[in-house]
Design a protein around this ligand. Structure first.
Ligand code: FES
Ligand SMILES: [Fe+2]
Length: 405
């Protein structure tokens, strides 16, 4: 990539000190350096700074309720299995066979264990190796010591989060504000079908996350009858507490129970616990680096972002409804009305996202300035920048120690 004039070289103290301007209040802040979105080395750095230690949403607990249920996914190049053991424990682990690295599971289903198709090593639902044929002549082969590497797992509001860092602190205590805001929707008991096949997008995961964050574009890019009832000027950004694992954005609506369809009103049953305040706004909850929730009175869209390269990611798009909503004989028709509008809006977003990535690659991309309607971008920067800085400091300590040896 050509060097940008005046840009501090990547992986220098000056570059990381320069991130401090992205965490100011909106009126003096500037956007992250474009290199954070396009540079392959920065992506490798970001894996360690963010993905190897943060809680990553991978799906819904409802997909694995019965013993033997499992689903697979992947994030930052790591193939993952989530399963329910015979002892009813929810587990998450690598699907990489400890023989010669074949993946022991694909898709989703119910199974007694994971049989690697290549040479038939067999693992239990808990990941322990239970059989390995024709290994009796192999010296010092200790079957009992071999298992699929396990990850930490936590369920929050019905969402399954994993953490590659076995020392990670629990997630839920750092989401108390978001949990309180979402309590009336009772998402742990909300219902919805598993998402369709993921979308694959040729742009950095943060471009997508920031688009989901962004109330500023609502009245501009999405101007028209499908979105005008959620005006950007009614954006509210509650400050995230110190150390919070996510942040909220509220957006007032021009009428109660607004919903993304051409009638602009909820067609499906409204979540039963909502207050008047809830019914007159939309709630956007963001838990970087993976989960983004779009919360309306009758439907929650959850977006699970799964980075898989410096300029690419996949995204699962799922839907949640009030308990019983899907039993309405007209459910499919009403949902089709919502999705018709949602898909028109999403198409506008995807068009922009793809071209933002093109722009970010340009030598003329700059660190831009923010509107007051972009408070959630500041919250995202305040989540990211300290993690980048900590990983940079850690890397420097490692280099200093290596040089001293
Ligand atoms: S790679 Fe899995 S059994 Fe050989
Ligand atoms: Fe949008």
């Amino acid at each position: 990539m050509p060097a940008r004039p005046f840009a501090a070289p990547l992986f220098s103290d000056a570059f990381f000190e320069g991130l401090s301007t992205s965490v100011r209040d909106f009126d003096t802040a500037e956007t992250l350096p474009p290199a954070c979105y396009v540079d392959a080395d920065f992506y490798e750095f970001e894996k360690e700074a963010v993905f190897n230690h943060e809680w990553l949403c991978v799906g819904r607990e409802a997909w694995v309720m019965e013993p033997g249920d499992y689903f697979t996914t992947h994030i930052v190049g790591e193939p993952v299995i989530v399963a329910r053991t015979r002892a009813n424990e929810l587990v998450a682990m690598s699907s990489v066979c400890q023989h010669r690295a074949m993946l022991v599971a694909e898709g989703r289903g119910n199974t007694r264990g994971f049989l690697c198709p290549y040479h038939h090593w067999t693992y239990g639902l808990d990941g322990k190796l239970v059989n390995a044929p024709a290994m009796e002549r192999t010296c010092d082969f200790d079957r009992a010591s071999i298992a699929l590497p396990r990850f930490k797992v936590e369920v929050w509001l019905g969402f399954v989060f994993i953490n590659f860092d076995l020392e990670a602190q629990p997630l839920a205590p750092r989401l108390a504000d978001i949990e309180a805001a979402l309590a009336p929707y009772d998402l742990a008991n909300a219902e919805g079908p598993p998402p369709d096949a993921p979308g694959k997008f040729p742009w950095n995961w943060k471009v997508m996350f920031e688009n989901n964050n962004d109330g500023y574009h609502a009245s501009r890019l999405h101007q028209g009858p499908l979105h005008d009832f959620v005006p950007s000027a009614q954006s509210v950004f509650p400050p995230a507490p110190e150390g919070a694992a996510g942040y909220l954005r509220f957006n007032g609506t021009l009428h109660a129970d607004a919903s993304f369809n051409v009638t602009q009103k909820a067609l499906l049953p409204v979540f039963p616990g909502l207050t008047e305040v809830d019914r007159n706004r939309m709630t956007f909850a963001n838990i970087p680096p993976t989960l983004s929730l779009v919360v309306t009175s009758d439907m929650v869209i959850y977006l699970i972002l799964r980075a898989d390269g410096p300029e690419s990611h996949e995204m699962d798009t799922g839907l949640l409804f009030a308990p019983g909503a899907m039993r309405d004989p007209a459910f499919e028709h009403k949902l089709a009305m919502n999705m018709s509008a949602a898909n028109a809006i999403i198409a506008q977003d995807l068009h922009v996202d793809g071209l933002v990535q093109v722009g970010l690659r340009s030598r003329f991309a700059v660190r831009g300035r923010y509107s007051w309607q972009e408070g959630a971008q500041i919250a995202f920067n305040r989540w990211l920048a300290p993690r980048y800085q900590a990983a940079w400091d850690q890397a420097k300590v490692g280099r200093t120690m290596a040089a001293a040896e």
